[in-house]
Write a protein that binds this ligand. Sequence first.
Ligand code: SF4
Length: 281
Amino acid sequence: MLSNPLALIAEITHRCPLHCVYCSNPLQMAAAKSELSTEEWLRVFRQAEELGVLHVHLTGGEPLARADLTELIVGAHAANLYTNLITSGIGLSTGRLTALVNAGLDHIQLSFQDSREDAANSIAGTRAHAHKVELAKAIRKHRVAFTVNLVVHRQNLDHLSEMISFIEQLEPDRMEIAHAQYYGWALQNRAALLPTKAQLDKAVGIVAAAESRLAGKIRIDSVVPDYYRRGNSGNGIRKRVQSFSGMDLARVVGLSSFQGRRMDAGALPQLRSSRGRFRRV
Ligand code: SF4
């Protein structure tokens, strides 16, 4: 029997200004008008507190697309939830950053696509890299915990050491090196993204060396691709996944909680394009 969840993954929107080729957003995204309202989310946070949840991850899509994000953070903080913003950083000015921290934000996870600007912008489908670098510097000026997330795959794994060095100079408390997981757009682009076994083996060694070298300075967490994972990756963390349409409050176990649990109402067909070797929304 499972006990109460400890963390709530709140997918507050599917909207996002980026177009990452490995995005886990569903291929048929729900419309903005079907998002839960501010009041509904505040109620969810209070209910989460009553369930014993300690931690909320505000994610999407891009949570900054919600104009009421500051209000949501105030509500999550009032519900005694440790509040984490999982973001690409697009839409976050220094002024808005200050407002979110003042509202009670505890932690920011900022995603990077690569250490190399051209490659990062190519994967994201927009010019986002330079802004992220500047934003990382601004985040470090605040009393907020900071994680840098880097998504790795066949196209960038061969310069993993360079990417780790790049993240180091951003001075996060934690770095997350996450292989693309094969849902949504990543599944569509699997042939171009799935690393070879040799790439993966080399990467595991590089990450282990970095963990040892950075011990006590930057914590490193890594996630391997689904296809190379042995057994259940569950790490014992209990989470709930709440889609923004409010249709699926699923109790799940472990980091695989993002996977295959969405049943969004009001899904609308989305235009897609095929550029080069990748498909993206
Ligand atoms: S993976 Fe990229 S496109 Fe998808 S929600 Fe995150 S930042 Fe947006």
